[in-house]
Design a protein around this ligand. Structure first.
Ligand code: 44T
Length: 854
């Protein structure tokens, strides 16, 4: 008995972080002991009582005690135990008591070591805290325990994308690239380079090539834990275990003789991204030359045998650039509309995407990547491709000098007419003297190009005869390209963002800006622009969406006004703010609108601009709130008509629960579809909650979303999702290992430019009714007729978002900030024209999956 009481403290009360001592807990307790039974039943009762009182921490401790003392009760109490654990974990999470949280999970897993729900839930916490590898391990384990457990499956797919990026599949499927690398390595090894280091080995493929070519010693390093483990599996499966030494580390941390016994004669690497230097190849090679490679073949003494000299594959690279006009790029990086949803946008001030090569800001990247050939709407070249840089990877002085090199300026004759939207960059990778790979936009390659968008708020029209002046530099080992001037008729014009301080603000806007800032504690830092994510920028530029929303909201407000006047309540007066902050005009009772969109959204402001509306925005960032305030002021929206909800409440659930007056909201705006093309997680729960908070006649926007899809044959999608074919990759067995990370749902797809054959019309597949969750089915079978013969490899899907009965917007639309998604079939399905197929949507857990049967 005494032992047991101590036990409670050892397990840890909710407010202590002591870890239980394993020895104690495992001590055997006598079997039939009335006192123990009494304790068990009292504790069980207490647990249930605490649960009822929502005191989850204490309930959890009671349950632990009960189940440790009486394991026979596990079946009976498992549901409540899990419930208690999850509730308590959420509380610990919001209190920031992370160690306690994981202690609780460990205790729970000691009781239920094979409980996939607990394992999956622990994975979710790990993931949210940034422990992706560990999270993936948990999801993987949960799936192994229960292969058709949908939550774990969805979670695993989400992390698989992080752990093994999709380009690995593309690269392994790119036979030409594989073959060229293999040839170059084979030649070097046969030429005498017999000790090899593969930097960033990925699946181990280049290292295995070197071994197969006969290299005496092969080392490989890989910084990602998942990829390292994969490489070990692959190398073992190919019978090279022990013959290639794989290290889980960044090459920069490697030392001779600690990690490899002596310097090597060949470094092979493909640690290059679309912008060439983004994976740190310059730094890695400088380090390799200084610490890991034999000295290079010198020109003074060319007689040194290759086994005594160091060299690198690839030997070097040539970087190309080209100025382009491209609407798709423009609308993701600059504000291009002067009006949206009835609001003039000038007062927003200068808005930038986080992609800028001139900014000193840490939160920006110098470039983004796109496959130019697949950009919706295409692009127009404004100059010929120009040579931006040549780099020799076998010359360490040149590598070291790269960053201290003077900024170089090139003058480019403009050859096409259009607006300057970006500089696109690609390169040729010279594997050796004879062979090279190109990542150019016209090439048949899986590579993307690097995009350096122009960020200025002005348009820069170019025309043949002009000269574009571009600065090329290399800061922080990133290549940076910046359009700095346009020469026309001998005069230079400045398009660069570095020059004029804030050219977009007119006098009125500047005044508004100053006034708006007075209202916040925000310090007026050096930045005179506001950053929006690319998708937020594209959303803001989406006029049809905002106009649709404005019309739908106006209609709702009118209906509610009519309803009020019928009820004779129209004359009731109430102050607009609650509590009143001073003497003000009493107006008619306002309509309350809540916008719970993620990220930056002007919907609340559009609502507020309707008059007689009090809108609540959930925009969080101070800078974003300042933009909305400036826009409000410039558009004549009274200050009190727009509030920022998250300034008042911290947690998301509470947002929907306050204010306490029941059924307050006339409208709640839910953000249903993520930019990537998937429905937001927990959408239907949010809708259920939102519905409870609406006034009579109130509405959720959107009221319904309808999922459409079609059958397609697309080899491109297959190449991105798994290593294809039965044939081994360069003779190695790699596919089965990396294909464990295949994810059936592809996101961020541009369906309009996807290379594919349509094998059916588009069909309505599923309806999510947000105004009436009960109306939603869990499964739905849809018959689809093949309109052509072929192999169905994927079902791309998108949404029609119905704001109300008449007004809707599609996520598959040129103006939209949404991309599409697709389910890629595990096995292609051969169909003949006229065949009927059954597409089944399973929606057991608010996630949607498709299976297909003939
Ligand atoms: N993506 C290309 C970039 N690493 C390729 O952890 C082309 C993108 C791409 N390991 C579409 C198409 C394509 N020491 O696993 C990675 C990485 C590892 C290192 C050890 C180091 N210093 C490094 C640096 C990187 O190397 C592997 C390959 S990086 C290749 C990047 C198909 N989108």
């Amino acid at each position: 008995m005494h032992d047991c009481v101590i036990h409670i403290y050892v397990i840890g009360m909710p407010n202590t972080s002591t870890r239980p001592k394993r020895g104690r807990r495992n001590r055997r307790v006598p079997r039939e002991d009335p006192a123990r039974n009494e304790l068990v039943s009292r504790s069980l009762e207490s647990a249930q009582q605490c649960l009822f009182n929502q005191d989850y921490g204490t309930a959890f401790v009671h349950y632990l005690l009960v189940l440790n003392l009486a394991p026979v009760l596990k079946d009976f109490a498992s549901e409540s135990f899990r419930f208690t654990l999850f509730k308590w974990a959420d509380e610990l999470d919001s209190l920031g008591r992370i160690q306690d949280l994981f202690d609780c999970y460990e205790q729970a897993l000691e009781l239920f070591p094979t409980d996939e729900v607990i394992i999956n839930s622990m994975g979710e916490h790990l993931f949210r805290m940034g422990f992706r590898d560990e999270a993936a391990g948990h999801f993987h384990k949960a799936l192994k325990l229960k292969p058709d457990y949908p939550e774990a499956k969805e979670n695993f797919y989400r992390v698989a994308n992080w752990l093994v990026e999709r380009w690995h599949f593309l690269m392994l499927n790119d036979r030409r690239r594989n073959h060229k690398y293999q040839q170059a390595i084979q030649k070097a090894v046969e030429g005498g380079c017999n000790t090899v280091l593969d930097i960033g080995t990925g699946t181990g493929i280049l290292g295995m090539c070197a071994k197969k070519a006969g290299a005496a010693e092969v080392y490989a390093c890989e910084l990602s834990k998942t990829m390292y483990e994969l490489a070990c599996e692959v190398v073992t499966a190919n019978g090279m275990n022990g013959r290639i030494k794989i290290l889980h580390m960044k090459s920069l941390e490697m030392e001779v003789p600690k990690d490899i016994p002596k310097r090597v004669s060949l470094v092979v690497t493909e640690t290059v991204d679309a912008g060439l230097f983004g994976e740190g190849i310059i730094e890695s090679l400088i380090h390799a030359w200084n610490h890991l490679l034999l000295p290079p073949q010198s020109t003074q003494d060319p007689s040194r045998p290759p086994s005594q000299a160091g060299r690198v594959i690839p030997a070097g690279a040539t970087v190309f650039g080209m100025a382009v006009q491209c609407l798709e790029i423009r609308r993701h990086h600059r504000l291009c509309v002067s009006e949206v949803g009835g609001l003039a946008t000038a007062a927003a001030g200068e808005l930038h995407s986080p992609v800028s090569c001139s900014s000193e800001d840490d939160s920006t990247e110098p470039y983004t990547t796109e496959r130019l050939s697949r950009l919706p709407g295409g692009y127009t070249p404004l100059t010929e491709p120009f040579n931006a840089l040549d780099i020799d990877f076998n010359n360490v002085q040149e590598l070291e000098g790269l960053c201290s090199r003077e900024v170089s300026r090139v003058r480019l004759p403009v050859t096409g007419e259009g607006l300057l939207d970006a500089l696109a960059v690609w390169f040729q990778l010279h594997l050796d003297q004879q062979s090279s790979l190109s990542t150019g936009p016209k090439e048949d390659t899986c590579w993307e190009q690097a995009i350096y968008p122009v960020q200025t708020p002005h348009n820069f029209p170019l025309r043949p005869g002009d000269e574009l002046i571009v600065e090329i530099s290399c800061r922080d080992a990133y290549l940076r390209l910046c359009s700095v001037a346009i020469a026309r008729d001998g005069r230079e014009n400045n398009p660069g963002p570095s020059g004029n301080p804030n050219p977009s603000l007119n006098a009125e806007a500047e005044l508004c800006s100053a006034l708006a800032c007075l209202g916040t504690e925000q310090s007026s830092g050096p930045r005179d622009y506001t950053m929006l994510e690319c998708a937020e920028m594209a959303l803001l530029n989406n006029q049809p969406y905002h106009d649709s929303f404005r019309r739908a909201l106006a209609k709702l407000i009118n209906n509610l006004k009519d309803a009020r006047s019928v009820q004779g309540q129209g004359l009731e007066v109430m102050p607009l703010t609650d509590p009143p902050s001073g003497p003000m005009d009493p107006g008619p009772d306002p309509f309350y609108v809540l916008d719970v969109s993620e990220g930056f959204s002007v919907l609340s402001l559009i609502a507020a601009s309707q008059g007689q509306v009090k809108a609540y925005s959930s925009v969080e960032k101070t800078q974003h709130q300042a933009v909305l305030r400036r826009l409000a002021m410039a558009n004549g929206v009274p200050e009190e008509a727009l509030e920022f909800w998250l300034n008042q409440v911290e947690d998301e659930q509470a947002v929907l629960q306050r204010p306490s007056r029941e059924k307050l909201w006339s409208s709640i705006i839910l953000d249903c579809v993520e930019t990537c093309g998937l429905v937001r997680q927990k959408l239907m729960e949010k809708a259920t909650l939102a519905r409870c908070l609406l006034e009579d006649g109130g509405q959720i926007f959107p009221e319904r979303i309808v999922l459409y899809g079609m059958l397609v044959e697309s080899d491109t999608l297959l190449l991105e999702s798994a290593v294809q074919g039965q044939e081994p990759t360069l003779g190695f067995n790699i596919a089965p290992f990396i294909n464990q990370f295949t994810v059936p749902v592809h996101v961020f797809l541009d369906l309009s430019t996807l290379q594919c054959r349509h094998l059916s019309d588009s069909v309505e597949l599923f309806i999510l009714d947000l105004m009436n969750t009960n109306a939603n089915y869990t499964n739905r079978d849809v018959k689809v007729q093949a309109s052509a013969s072929g192999r169905v490899t994927a079902v791309p899907f998108w949404y029609q978002i119905h704001l109300n009965e008449e007004i809707s917007v599609s996520t598959f639309n040129q103006d939209s900030h949404w991309k599409q998604a697709a389910v890629v079939l595990h096995q292609p399905l051969a169909v003949r024209e006229g065949d009927w197929l059954n597409v089944r949507y399973i929606c057991p857990t608010k996630c949607i999956s498709i299976t297909m049967t003939m």
